[in-house]
Design a protein around this ligand. Sequence first.
Ligand SMILES: *[C@@H]1O[C@H](CO)[C@@H](O)[C@H](O)[C@H]1NC(C)=O
Ligand SMILES: *[C@@H]1O[C@H](CO)[C@@H](O)[C@H](O)[C@H]1NC(C)=O
Ligand SMILES: *[C@@H]1O[C@H](CO)[C@@H](O)[C@H](O)[C@H]1NC(C)=O
Ligand SMILES: *[C@@H]1O[C@H](CO)[C@@H](O)[C@H](O)[C@H]1NC(C)=O
Ligand SMILES: *[C@@H]1O[C@H](CO)[C@@H](O)[C@H](O)[C@H]1NC(C)=O
Ligand SMILES: *[C@@H]1O[C@H](CO)[C@@H](O)[C@H](O)[C@H]1NC(C)=O
Length: 484
Amino acid sequence: MGPTATMGLVVVVALFCCTEGFIGMNWGRMSAQRLLPSQVVDLMLQNGIRNVRIPTAQSDILKAFQGSEINLTISLSNGQQPHNMSAARAWIQSKYDLFKVNNIRSLIVGVGSYPFNWGGMYVLDYDINWRGLNYMQDALNEIGLNQTNANIMHNSEELIPNITKPSEAAFRDSIKDRMSEYLRFLRDNNAPFFVDLRPIGDLERCSLDPSFAFPDNKSKLVIKDINGAVYTNGFLWQYDCFVWALEKLNFSDIKVVVTAVGWPTDGFPGASADNAGRYYKFLLPMVTSNKGSPKRPGAPIDVFINSLADEPKMKIDMLLSPSYRHWGIYRSNGQPKFKVDLSGQGQDIYPTTMKGIMRMPQRWCVFSGNSTDTYKVRHQVELACSKGDCTTLAPGASCSNLGFGKTASYAFNVYFQTHFQNEKACDFEELSYITDQDPSTEDCLFPVEVVRGNQLIEFSAALALHRPLNIRGVVLVIVLYIFL
Ligand SMILES: *[C@@H]1O[C@H](CO)[C@@H](O)[C@H](O)[C@H]1NC(C)=O
Ligand SMILES: *[C@@H]1O[C@H](CO)[C@@H](O)[C@H](O)[C@H]1NC(C)=O
Ligand SMILES: *[C@@H]1O[C@H](CO)[C@@H](O)[C@H](O)[C@H]1NC(C)=O
Ligand SMILES: *[C@@H]1O[C@H](CO)[C@@H](O)[C@H](O)[C@H]1NC(C)=O
Ligand SMILES: *[C@@H]1O[C@H](CO)[C@@H](O)[C@H](O)[C@H]1NC(C)=O
Ligand SMILES: *[C@@H]1O[C@H](CO)[C@@H](O)[C@H](O)[C@H]1NC(C)=O
Protein backbone atom coordinates (compact mmCIF):
# COMPACT_ATOMS: atom_id res chain seq x y z
CA MET A 1 0.00 0.00 0.00
CA GLY A 2 1.45 3.36 -1.02
CA PRO A 3 1.58 6.46 1.19
CA THR A 4 -1.42 8.07 -0.55
CA ALA A 5 -3.54 5.00 0.01
CA THR A 6 -2.52 4.90 3.67
CA MET A 7 -3.38 8.58 4.06
CA GLY A 8 -6.73 7.90 2.43
CA LEU A 9 -7.39 5.09 4.89
CA VAL A 10 -6.53 7.21 7.89
CA VAL A 11 -8.87 9.96 6.69
CA VAL A 12 -11.71 7.52 6.02
CA VAL A 13 -11.35 5.75 9.35
CA ALA A 14 -11.23 9.08 11.17
CA LEU A 15 -14.37 10.27 9.39
CA PHE A 16 -16.45 7.23 10.13
CA CYS A 17 -14.82 6.13 13.34
CA CYS A 18 -16.35 5.24 16.58
CA THR A 19 -19.95 4.52 15.77
CA GLU A 20 -21.39 1.07 15.29
CA GLY A 21 -23.11 -0.27 12.23
CA PHE A 22 -26.75 -1.19 12.73
CA ILE A 23 -29.09 -3.90 11.54
CA GLY A 24 -32.41 -2.24 10.82
CA MET A 25 -35.65 -3.60 9.41
CA ASN A 26 -37.90 -2.59 6.56
CA TRP A 27 -41.53 -2.94 7.33
CA GLY A 28 -43.22 -2.93 3.94
CA ARG A 29 -46.90 -2.21 4.02
CA MET A 30 -48.13 -4.22 1.08
CA SER A 31 -48.80 -7.32 3.13
CA ALA A 32 -52.09 -9.16 3.11
CA GLN A 33 -53.03 -8.91 6.74
CA ARG A 34 -51.81 -5.46 7.76
CA LEU A 35 -49.95 -6.13 10.96
CA LEU A 36 -50.91 -3.81 13.75
CA PRO A 37 -48.23 -1.19 14.34
CA SER A 38 -48.08 -2.17 18.02
CA GLN A 39 -47.41 -5.82 17.06
CA VAL A 40 -44.52 -4.70 14.91
CA VAL A 41 -43.06 -2.43 17.57
CA ASP A 42 -43.13 -5.33 20.06
CA LEU A 43 -41.52 -7.65 17.59
CA MET A 44 -38.74 -5.18 16.84
CA LEU A 45 -38.02 -4.66 20.52
CA GLN A 46 -37.99 -8.42 21.21
CA ASN A 47 -35.54 -8.97 18.39
CA GLY A 48 -33.30 -6.08 19.37
CA ILE A 49 -33.99 -4.04 16.24
CA ARG A 50 -33.55 -0.32 16.91
CA ASN A 51 -33.88 1.08 13.41
CA VAL A 52 -36.97 0.69 11.28
CA ARG A 53 -37.79 2.00 7.83
CA ILE A 54 -41.40 2.33 6.74
CA PRO A 55 -42.65 3.38 3.31
CA THR A 56 -45.21 5.73 4.83
CA ALA A 57 -45.63 8.59 7.28
CA GLN A 58 -49.05 7.42 8.41
CA SER A 59 -49.81 9.00 11.79
CA ASP A 60 -51.16 5.92 13.60
CA ILE A 61 -47.98 4.07 12.73
CA LEU A 62 -45.70 6.86 13.91
CA LYS A 63 -47.72 7.06 17.13
CA ALA A 64 -47.14 3.38 17.84
CA PHE A 65 -43.38 3.91 17.83
CA GLN A 66 -43.56 6.72 20.37
CA GLY A 67 -41.39 5.94 23.39
CA SER A 68 -39.93 2.80 21.79
CA GLU A 69 -36.51 4.39 21.23
CA ILE A 70 -36.56 2.91 17.77
CA ASN A 71 -35.06 5.25 15.21
CA LEU A 72 -37.30 5.74 12.22
CA THR A 73 -36.88 6.35 8.55
CA ILE A 74 -40.24 7.37 7.12
CA SER A 75 -41.41 8.20 3.62
CA LEU A 76 -43.64 10.25 1.44
CA SER A 77 -44.70 8.25 -1.58
CA ASN A 78 -44.11 9.26 -5.12
CA GLY A 79 -46.82 11.79 -5.89
CA GLN A 80 -46.85 13.24 -2.37
CA GLN A 81 -43.80 15.46 -2.82
CA PRO A 82 -44.56 19.08 -1.93
CA HIS A 83 -44.57 21.39 -4.95
CA ASN A 84 -43.86 24.54 -2.98
CA MET A 85 -42.68 25.77 0.38
CA SER A 86 -46.15 26.28 1.83
CA ALA A 87 -47.14 22.69 1.06
CA ALA A 88 -43.96 21.46 2.76
CA ARG A 89 -44.59 23.66 5.81
CA ALA A 90 -48.19 22.52 6.05
CA TRP A 91 -47.17 18.88 5.90
CA ILE A 92 -44.48 19.23 8.56
CA GLN A 93 -46.88 21.20 10.73
CA SER A 94 -49.45 18.41 10.50
CA LYS A 95 -46.86 15.88 11.71
CA TYR A 96 -44.97 18.15 14.08
CA ASP A 97 -46.11 16.43 17.30
CA LEU A 98 -45.11 13.05 15.92
CA PHE A 99 -41.68 14.37 14.99
CA LYS A 100 -41.26 15.62 18.54
CA VAL A 101 -42.05 12.30 20.22
CA ASN A 102 -40.12 10.07 17.80
CA ASN A 103 -36.56 9.98 16.64
CA ILE A 104 -37.17 10.34 12.92
CA ARG A 105 -33.76 10.30 11.37
CA SER A 106 -34.74 10.43 7.73
CA LEU A 107 -37.67 11.38 5.60
CA ILE A 108 -37.53 9.79 2.18
CA VAL A 109 -39.23 12.06 -0.31
CA GLY A 110 -40.83 10.09 -3.11
CA VAL A 111 -40.33 6.44 -2.16
CA GLY A 112 -41.07 4.19 -5.09
CA SER A 113 -39.23 6.31 -7.59
CA TYR A 114 -35.58 6.35 -8.46
CA PRO A 115 -35.20 9.82 -9.91
CA PHE A 116 -31.60 9.30 -10.91
CA ASN A 117 -32.31 6.47 -13.30
CA TRP A 118 -30.68 6.91 -16.62
CA GLY A 119 -32.18 6.98 -20.07
CA GLY A 120 -34.28 10.09 -19.68
CA MET A 121 -37.33 8.18 -18.49
CA TYR A 122 -37.39 9.71 -15.05
CA VAL A 123 -36.48 13.32 -15.79
CA LEU A 124 -39.83 14.64 -14.67
CA ASP A 125 -39.62 12.72 -11.44
CA TYR A 126 -36.20 14.16 -10.84
CA ASP A 127 -37.32 17.77 -10.94
CA ILE A 128 -40.31 17.17 -8.71
CA ASN A 129 -38.23 15.12 -6.32
CA TRP A 130 -35.33 17.49 -6.19
CA ARG A 131 -37.50 20.50 -5.46
CA GLY A 132 -39.66 18.53 -3.04
CA LEU A 133 -36.54 17.38 -1.25
CA ASN A 134 -35.27 20.91 -0.79
CA TYR A 135 -38.64 22.27 0.34
CA MET A 136 -38.91 19.48 2.89
CA GLN A 137 -35.45 19.98 4.33
CA ASP A 138 -35.98 23.74 4.51
CA ALA A 139 -39.32 23.25 6.24
CA LEU A 140 -37.73 20.83 8.72
CA ASN A 141 -34.85 23.18 9.46
CA GLU A 142 -37.11 26.20 9.83
CA ILE A 143 -39.04 24.58 12.63
CA GLY A 144 -36.01 23.18 14.45
CA LEU A 145 -36.27 19.59 13.19
CA ASN A 146 -32.89 19.46 11.51
CA GLN A 147 -32.09 16.12 13.18
CA THR A 148 -34.25 14.70 10.39
CA ASN A 149 -32.72 14.65 6.94
CA ALA A 150 -34.82 14.65 3.81
CA ASN A 151 -33.43 12.12 1.39
CA ILE A 152 -34.04 9.89 -1.60
CA MET A 153 -33.01 6.36 -2.53
CA HIS A 154 -30.63 4.99 -5.10
CA ASN A 155 -29.94 1.77 -6.92
CA SER A 156 -27.24 0.20 -9.05
CA GLU A 157 -28.83 1.36 -12.29
CA GLU A 158 -27.15 4.67 -11.53
CA LEU A 159 -23.71 3.15 -12.03
CA ILE A 160 -22.08 2.45 -15.37
CA PRO A 161 -22.88 -1.13 -16.37
CA ASN A 162 -20.64 -4.14 -16.94
CA ILE A 163 -17.91 -3.41 -14.46
CA THR A 164 -15.98 -6.16 -12.73
CA LYS A 165 -13.96 -4.22 -10.16
CA PRO A 166 -15.35 -1.65 -7.72
CA SER A 167 -12.55 0.76 -8.70
CA GLU A 168 -14.06 0.83 -12.19
CA ALA A 169 -17.41 2.00 -10.84
CA ALA A 170 -18.70 5.49 -11.49
CA PHE A 171 -22.04 7.19 -11.80
CA ARG A 172 -23.36 7.28 -15.33
CA ASP A 173 -22.27 10.35 -17.28
CA SER A 174 -25.87 11.32 -17.92
CA ILE A 175 -26.57 11.89 -14.20
CA LYS A 176 -23.21 13.15 -12.95
CA ASP A 177 -24.11 16.84 -12.74
CA ARG A 178 -27.34 16.22 -10.94
CA MET A 179 -25.72 13.68 -8.69
CA SER A 180 -23.05 16.20 -7.64
CA GLU A 181 -25.70 18.80 -6.89
CA TYR A 182 -27.59 16.25 -4.81
CA LEU A 183 -24.45 15.04 -2.99
CA ARG A 184 -23.66 18.62 -1.99
CA PHE A 185 -27.15 18.75 -0.51
CA LEU A 186 -26.40 15.60 1.51
CA ARG A 187 -23.11 16.98 2.71
CA ASP A 188 -24.73 20.26 3.81
CA ASN A 189 -27.27 18.31 5.85
CA ASN A 190 -24.97 15.64 7.31
CA ALA A 191 -27.08 13.09 5.50
CA PRO A 192 -26.13 9.61 4.30
CA PHE A 193 -26.39 8.17 0.79
CA PHE A 194 -29.24 5.62 0.68
CA VAL A 195 -28.84 2.65 -1.60
CA ASP A 196 -30.67 -0.63 -2.20
CA LEU A 197 -28.31 -3.57 -2.66
CA ARG A 198 -30.19 -6.63 -3.82
CA PRO A 199 -27.70 -9.29 -4.78
CA ILE A 200 -29.93 -11.46 -6.94
CA GLY A 201 -30.67 -8.92 -9.64
CA ASP A 202 -27.46 -6.95 -9.46
CA LEU A 203 -25.11 -9.88 -9.82
CA GLU A 204 -27.08 -10.99 -12.83
CA ARG A 205 -26.70 -7.51 -14.24
CA CYS A 206 -22.91 -7.80 -14.17
CA SER A 207 -22.85 -11.53 -15.09
CA LEU A 208 -21.05 -12.62 -11.91
CA ASP A 209 -21.03 -16.14 -10.48
CA PRO A 210 -24.05 -16.82 -8.18
CA SER A 211 -21.79 -18.21 -5.41
CA PHE A 212 -20.38 -14.68 -5.17
CA ALA A 213 -23.75 -13.54 -3.81
CA PHE A 214 -23.18 -15.24 -0.44
CA PRO A 215 -20.77 -13.69 2.07
CA ASP A 216 -19.58 -17.10 3.37
CA ASN A 217 -16.13 -17.22 1.73
CA LYS A 218 -17.23 -20.09 -0.50
CA SER A 219 -17.35 -18.03 -3.66
CA LYS A 220 -15.88 -19.53 -6.81
CA LEU A 221 -15.14 -16.00 -7.85
CA VAL A 222 -12.54 -13.84 -6.11
CA ILE A 223 -12.10 -10.31 -7.40
CA LYS A 224 -8.82 -8.53 -6.76
CA ASP A 225 -8.84 -4.78 -7.04
CA ILE A 226 -6.24 -2.05 -6.68
CA ASN A 227 -4.64 -1.29 -3.30
CA GLY A 228 -4.82 -4.97 -2.39
CA ALA A 229 -8.61 -5.02 -2.05
CA VAL A 230 -10.04 -8.55 -2.34
CA TYR A 231 -13.75 -9.28 -2.82
CA THR A 232 -15.31 -12.65 -2.11
CA ASN A 233 -18.93 -11.52 -1.94
CA GLY A 234 -21.34 -9.36 -3.82
CA PHE A 235 -22.41 -7.26 -0.87
CA LEU A 236 -19.02 -5.67 -0.16
CA TRP A 237 -18.35 -5.54 -3.87
CA GLN A 238 -21.53 -3.55 -4.55
CA TYR A 239 -21.04 -1.41 -1.47
CA ASP A 240 -17.56 -0.43 -2.58
CA CYS A 241 -18.75 0.25 -6.11
CA PHE A 242 -20.80 3.07 -4.58
CA VAL A 243 -17.95 4.20 -2.34
CA TRP A 244 -15.76 4.48 -5.43
CA ALA A 245 -18.46 6.28 -7.41
CA LEU A 246 -18.83 8.81 -4.58
CA GLU A 247 -15.09 9.28 -4.39
CA LYS A 248 -14.82 9.97 -8.10
CA LEU A 249 -17.19 12.91 -7.66
CA ASN A 250 -15.17 14.06 -4.61
CA PHE A 251 -17.71 12.98 -2.03
CA SER A 252 -15.81 10.31 -0.16
CA ASP A 253 -16.93 11.87 3.14
CA ILE A 254 -20.55 10.80 2.55
CA LYS A 255 -21.72 7.82 4.53
CA VAL A 256 -23.44 4.95 2.69
CA VAL A 257 -26.52 3.37 4.28
CA VAL A 258 -27.98 0.25 2.71
CA THR A 259 -31.73 0.83 2.70
CA ALA A 260 -32.62 -2.67 1.50
CA VAL A 261 -30.67 -5.88 1.56
CA GLY A 262 -31.84 -9.46 1.70
CA TRP A 263 -32.86 -12.52 -0.16
CA PRO A 264 -36.30 -13.59 -1.42
CA THR A 265 -37.72 -16.99 -0.52
CA ASP A 266 -39.96 -17.66 -3.50
CA GLY A 267 -40.93 -16.54 -6.98
CA PHE A 268 -37.55 -17.01 -8.64
CA PRO A 269 -35.02 -19.82 -9.15
CA GLY A 270 -32.59 -19.57 -6.23
CA ALA A 271 -35.14 -17.80 -4.08
CA SER A 272 -35.67 -20.08 -1.07
CA ALA A 273 -35.75 -20.05 2.70
CA ASP A 274 -32.47 -22.02 2.77
CA ASN A 275 -30.68 -19.50 0.61
CA ALA A 276 -32.11 -16.57 2.54
CA GLY A 277 -30.98 -18.16 5.81
CA ARG A 278 -27.51 -18.75 4.38
CA TYR A 279 -27.32 -15.19 3.13
CA TYR A 280 -28.21 -13.53 6.44
CA LYS A 281 -26.16 -15.96 8.51
CA PHE A 282 -23.01 -14.50 7.04
CA LEU A 283 -24.12 -11.04 6.09
CA LEU A 284 -25.31 -9.87 9.51
CA PRO A 285 -22.16 -10.81 11.49
CA MET A 286 -20.17 -9.06 8.79
CA VAL A 287 -22.15 -5.90 9.55
CA THR A 288 -21.80 -6.11 13.33
CA SER A 289 -18.08 -6.94 13.13
CA ASN A 290 -17.52 -3.26 12.26
CA LYS A 291 -14.70 -4.32 9.96
CA GLY A 292 -16.10 -2.17 7.20
CA SER A 293 -15.37 -2.88 3.56
CA PRO A 294 -12.05 -3.18 1.72
CA LYS A 295 -12.44 0.40 0.52
CA ARG A 296 -13.62 1.71 3.89
CA PRO A 297 -12.02 -0.56 6.48
CA GLY A 298 -13.30 0.06 9.98
CA ALA A 299 -16.20 2.21 8.81
CA PRO A 300 -19.52 0.93 10.18
CA ILE A 301 -21.99 -0.48 7.68
CA ASP A 302 -25.69 0.19 8.28
CA VAL A 303 -28.25 -2.10 6.67
CA PHE A 304 -32.01 -2.37 6.64
CA ILE A 305 -33.12 -5.95 6.16
CA ASN A 306 -35.68 -6.30 3.43
CA SER A 307 -38.18 -7.19 4.74
CA LEU A 308 -40.24 -7.99 7.80
CA ALA A 309 -43.09 -9.81 6.03
CA ASP A 310 -44.05 -10.87 2.54
CA GLU A 311 -45.88 -8.32 0.49
CA PRO A 312 -48.40 -10.06 -1.75
CA LYS A 313 -49.99 -6.74 -2.56
CA MET A 314 -46.74 -5.38 -3.91
CA LYS A 315 -47.27 -4.31 -7.47
CA ILE A 316 -45.11 -6.20 -9.90
CA ASP A 317 -44.88 -6.08 -13.64
CA MET A 318 -43.24 -7.85 -16.53
CA LEU A 319 -39.81 -6.56 -15.53
CA LEU A 320 -40.04 -6.69 -11.77
CA SER A 321 -39.60 -10.29 -10.65
CA PRO A 322 -42.48 -12.07 -8.85
CA SER A 323 -39.91 -12.66 -6.08
CA TYR A 324 -40.47 -9.06 -4.96
CA ARG A 325 -43.49 -10.28 -3.05
CA HIS A 326 -41.50 -12.86 -1.10
CA TRP A 327 -38.76 -11.01 0.73
CA GLY A 328 -40.26 -11.48 4.19
CA ILE A 329 -38.39 -12.93 7.14
CA TYR A 330 -41.85 -13.88 8.44
CA ARG A 331 -44.75 -15.76 6.89
CA SER A 332 -48.12 -14.06 7.03
CA ASN A 333 -49.04 -16.31 9.98
CA GLY A 334 -46.30 -14.70 12.09
CA GLN A 335 -43.83 -17.61 12.00
CA PRO A 336 -40.26 -16.94 10.90
CA LYS A 337 -39.43 -18.71 7.63
CA PHE A 338 -35.84 -19.56 8.52
CA LYS A 339 -33.23 -19.17 11.22
CA VAL A 340 -31.70 -15.74 11.45
CA ASP A 341 -30.00 -14.08 14.38
CA LEU A 342 -31.13 -10.48 14.05
CA SER A 343 -28.63 -9.36 16.65
CA GLY A 344 -25.91 -10.18 14.14
CA GLN A 345 -24.08 -12.65 16.40
CA GLY A 346 -24.55 -15.43 13.86
CA GLN A 347 -26.27 -17.79 16.30
CA ASP A 348 -28.38 -20.65 14.95
CA ILE A 349 -31.69 -19.26 16.23
CA TYR A 350 -35.12 -18.29 14.99
CA PRO A 351 -36.31 -14.74 15.51
CA THR A 352 -39.24 -14.36 17.92
CA THR A 353 -42.64 -15.41 16.62
CA MET A 354 -45.13 -12.60 16.03
CA LYS A 355 -47.74 -12.47 18.72
CA GLY A 356 -51.44 -11.88 18.31
CA ILE A 357 -51.82 -13.14 14.76
CA MET A 358 -55.13 -14.92 14.28
CA ARG A 359 -55.54 -17.39 11.50
CA MET A 360 -58.75 -18.00 9.59
CA PRO A 361 -60.15 -21.57 9.85
CA GLN A 362 -58.32 -24.39 8.03
CA ARG A 363 -60.39 -24.15 4.86
CA TRP A 364 -59.38 -24.07 1.25
CA CYS A 365 -61.15 -23.49 -2.05
CA VAL A 366 -60.15 -26.05 -4.68
CA PHE A 367 -60.84 -27.01 -8.30
CA SER A 368 -63.59 -29.61 -8.78
CA GLY A 369 -61.54 -31.57 -11.30
CA ASN A 370 -64.04 -31.05 -14.10
CA SER A 371 -61.78 -30.22 -17.04
CA THR A 372 -64.33 -30.82 -19.78
CA ASP A 373 -63.99 -27.19 -20.78
CA THR A 374 -60.32 -26.31 -20.37
CA TYR A 375 -60.83 -22.86 -21.84
CA LYS A 376 -63.30 -22.09 -19.09
CA VAL A 377 -60.91 -23.37 -16.39
CA ARG A 378 -58.09 -21.22 -17.73
CA HIS A 379 -60.31 -18.20 -17.85
CA GLN A 380 -61.35 -18.68 -14.24
CA VAL A 381 -57.72 -19.16 -13.17
CA GLU A 382 -56.81 -15.95 -14.91
CA LEU A 383 -59.58 -14.11 -13.10
CA ALA A 384 -58.53 -15.57 -9.74
CA CYS A 385 -54.90 -14.61 -10.28
CA SER A 386 -55.79 -11.07 -11.29
CA LYS A 387 -57.01 -10.49 -7.72
CA GLY A 388 -54.88 -12.92 -5.73
CA ASP A 389 -51.15 -13.43 -5.49
CA CYS A 390 -50.12 -16.18 -7.94
CA THR A 391 -46.41 -15.40 -7.95
CA THR A 392 -45.54 -18.75 -6.36
CA LEU A 393 -46.71 -20.30 -9.65
CA ALA A 394 -44.03 -18.42 -11.59
CA PRO A 395 -41.22 -20.36 -13.30
CA GLY A 396 -38.80 -21.71 -10.69
CA ALA A 397 -41.10 -20.79 -7.79
CA SER A 398 -42.35 -23.21 -5.12
CA CYS A 399 -45.68 -24.05 -6.79
CA SER A 400 -44.49 -24.08 -10.39
CA ASN A 401 -44.76 -27.87 -10.82
CA LEU A 402 -48.31 -28.53 -9.72
CA GLY A 403 -49.82 -29.63 -13.01
CA PHE A 404 -53.13 -28.48 -14.46
CA GLY A 405 -55.65 -29.38 -11.75
CA LYS A 406 -53.60 -28.42 -8.71
CA THR A 407 -52.59 -25.17 -10.34
CA ALA A 408 -56.24 -24.29 -10.80
CA SER A 409 -56.84 -25.17 -7.15
CA TYR A 410 -53.96 -22.98 -6.10
CA ALA A 411 -55.34 -20.00 -8.01
CA PHE A 412 -58.89 -20.49 -6.73
CA ASN A 413 -57.65 -20.81 -3.16
CA VAL A 414 -55.55 -17.68 -3.35
CA TYR A 415 -58.59 -15.74 -4.49
CA PHE A 416 -60.72 -17.28 -1.74
CA GLN A 417 -58.19 -16.49 0.99
CA THR A 418 -57.62 -12.97 -0.33
CA HIS A 419 -61.34 -12.46 0.24
CA PHE A 420 -61.02 -13.71 3.80
CA GLN A 421 -62.73 -17.01 2.99
CA ASN A 422 -65.97 -15.41 1.98
CA GLU A 423 -67.94 -18.30 0.48
CA LYS A 424 -68.98 -16.19 -2.47
CA ALA A 425 -65.29 -16.02 -3.33
CA CYS A 426 -65.22 -19.76 -4.02
CA ASP A 427 -67.59 -19.56 -6.93
CA PHE A 428 -65.77 -20.23 -10.18
CA GLU A 429 -68.71 -21.17 -12.37
CA GLU A 430 -69.20 -24.47 -10.58
CA LEU A 431 -65.60 -25.49 -10.97
CA SER A 432 -64.74 -25.24 -7.28
CA TYR A 433 -65.69 -26.27 -3.76
CA ILE A 434 -64.57 -25.57 -0.20
CA THR A 435 -62.69 -28.27 1.69
CA ASP A 436 -61.03 -28.80 5.06
CA GLN A 437 -58.48 -31.20 3.52
CA ASP A 438 -55.17 -29.36 3.14
CA PRO A 439 -54.24 -29.47 -0.56
CA SER A 440 -50.61 -28.39 0.09
CA THR A 441 -47.82 -30.46 -1.43
CA GLU A 442 -44.30 -30.99 -0.10
CA ASP A 443 -42.96 -27.95 -1.95
CA CYS A 444 -46.05 -25.83 -2.26
CA LEU A 445 -47.97 -24.36 0.64
CA PHE A 446 -51.64 -23.55 -0.03
CA PRO A 447 -52.07 -20.52 2.21
CA VAL A 448 -54.74 -19.91 4.82
CA GLU A 449 -55.34 -16.21 5.37
CA VAL A 450 -54.87 -14.56 8.72
CA VAL A 451 -57.42 -12.24 10.25
CA ARG A 452 -56.98 -8.72 9.12
CA GLY A 453 -55.12 -6.25 11.30
CA ASN A 454 -55.41 -2.59 10.55
CA GLN A 455 -56.26 -1.07 7.23
CA LEU A 456 -54.01 0.86 5.00
CA ILE A 457 -55.20 4.41 5.50
CA GLU A 458 -52.90 6.27 3.26
CA PHE A 459 -51.76 4.89 -0.03
CA SER A 460 -48.06 4.16 0.05
CA ALA A 461 -46.30 2.89 -2.98
CA ALA A 462 -44.47 -0.38 -2.94
CA LEU A 463 -40.86 -0.10 -1.85
CA ALA A 464 -39.45 -1.23 -5.10
CA LEU A 465 -42.07 0.04 -7.48
CA HIS A 466 -40.67 2.32 -10.09
CA ARG A 467 -42.62 1.36 -13.14
CA PRO A 468 -46.29 1.61 -13.99
CA LEU A 469 -48.49 -1.24 -12.92
CA ASN A 470 -48.95 -4.02 -15.41
CA ILE A 471 -50.68 -6.67 -13.38
CA ARG A 472 -52.43 -8.08 -16.41
CA GLY A 473 -49.07 -8.67 -18.04
CA VAL A 474 -47.87 -10.62 -15.02
CA VAL A 475 -51.02 -12.66 -14.84
CA LEU A 476 -50.74 -13.50 -18.48
CA VAL A 477 -47.11 -14.53 -18.17
CA ILE A 478 -47.91 -16.79 -15.25
CA VAL A 479 -51.02 -18.25 -16.80
CA LEU A 480 -49.28 -18.86 -20.10
CA TYR A 481 -46.47 -20.58 -18.32
CA ILE A 482 -48.82 -22.85 -16.44
CA PHE A 483 -50.70 -24.07 -19.44
CA LEU A 484 -48.04 -24.26 -22.11
C1 LIG B 1 -30.66 6.75 16.93
O1 LIG B 1 -30.39 8.05 16.43
C2 LIG B 1 -29.57 8.84 17.26
C3 LIG B 1 -29.35 10.17 16.58
O2 LIG B 1 -30.53 10.76 16.23
C4 LIG B 1 -28.23 8.18 17.51
O3 LIG B 1 -27.49 8.93 18.44
C5 LIG B 1 -28.45 6.77 18.05
O4 LIG B 1 -27.21 6.12 18.14
C6 LIG B 1 -29.37 6.00 17.11
N1 LIG B 1 -29.61 4.69 17.66
C7 LIG B 1 -29.42 3.58 16.94
C8 LIG B 1 -29.71 2.30 17.67
O5 LIG B 1 -29.07 3.56 15.78
C1 LIG C 1 -48.46 24.34 -3.48
O1 LIG C 1 -48.35 22.96 -3.81
C2 LIG C 1 -49.49 22.20 -3.49
C3 LIG C 1 -49.16 20.74 -3.80
O2 LIG C 1 -47.95 20.36 -3.23
C4 LIG C 1 -50.69 22.69 -4.27
O3 LIG C 1 -51.83 21.96 -3.91
C5 LIG C 1 -50.90 24.17 -3.98
O4 LIG C 1 -51.92 24.66 -4.80
C6 LIG C 1 -49.62 24.96 -4.22
N1 LIG C 1 -49.80 26.34 -3.75
C7 LIG C 1 -49.38 27.38 -4.43
C8 LIG C 1 -49.57 28.69 -3.78
O5 LIG C 1 -48.85 27.27 -5.52
C1 LIG D 1 -28.83 21.24 13.52
O1 LIG D 1 -28.64 22.61 13.73
C2 LIG D 1 -27.78 22.88 14.82
C3 LIG D 1 -27.78 24.39 15.06
O2 LIG D 1 -27.58 25.09 13.86
C4 LIG D 1 -26.38 22.35 14.52
O3 LIG D 1 -25.53 22.58 15.60
C5 LIG D 1 -26.49 20.84 14.26
O4 LIG D 1 -25.24 20.33 13.86
C6 LIG D 1 -27.51 20.55 13.17
N1 LIG D 1 -27.69 19.10 13.10
C7 LIG D 1 -27.63 18.44 11.95
C8 LIG D 1 -27.86 16.97 12.03
O5 LIG D 1 -27.39 18.96 10.88
C1 LIG E 1 -22.88 -5.60 -20.95
O1 LIG E 1 -22.33 -6.84 -21.32
C2 LIG E 1 -23.25 -7.69 -21.97
C3 LIG E 1 -22.60 -9.04 -22.17
O2 LIG E 1 -21.25 -8.93 -22.44
C4 LIG E 1 -23.69 -7.04 -23.29
O3 LIG E 1 -24.63 -7.86 -23.94
C5 LIG E 1 -24.30 -5.70 -22.97
O4 LIG E 1 -24.63 -5.02 -24.18
C6 LIG E 1 -23.38 -4.83 -22.17
N1 LIG E 1 -24.09 -3.64 -21.77
C7 LIG E 1 -23.61 -2.43 -21.92
C8 LIG E 1 -24.51 -1.32 -21.52
O5 LIG E 1 -22.48 -2.22 -22.33
C1 LIG F 1 -14.00 -14.84 5.45
O1 LIG F 1 -12.65 -14.46 5.36
C2 LIG F 1 -12.34 -13.22 5.99
C3 LIG F 1 -10.89 -12.88 5.69
O2 LIG F 1 -10.08 -13.98 5.92
C4 LIG F 1 -12.61 -13.35 7.48
O3 LIG F 1 -12.34 -12.14 8.13
C5 LIG F 1 -14.07 -13.72 7.69
O4 LIG F 1 -14.33 -13.93 9.05
C6 LIG F 1 -14.43 -14.97 6.90
N1 LIG F 1 -15.85 -15.17 6.99
C7 LIG F 1 -16.40 -16.37 7.17
C8 LIG F 1 -17.88 -16.40 7.23
O5 LIG F 1 -15.75 -17.40 7.26
C1 LIG G 1 -68.33 -30.23 -16.27
O1 LIG G 1 -68.24 -28.97 -16.94
C2 LIG G 1 -69.00 -28.90 -18.11
C3 LIG G 1 -68.71 -27.60 -18.82
O2 LIG G 1 -68.61 -26.54 -17.92
C4 LIG G 1 -70.48 -29.01 -17.74
O3 LIG G 1 -71.27 -28.97 -18.89
C5 LIG G 1 -70.70 -30.36 -17.02
O4 LIG G 1 -72.06 -30.45 -16.57
C6 LIG G 1 -69.76 -30.47 -15.83
N1 LIG G 1 -69.85 -31.82 -15.27
C7 LIG G 1 -70.08 -32.03 -13.98
C8 LIG G 1 -70.11 -33.46 -13.56
O5 LIG G 1 -70.29 -31.10 -13.19
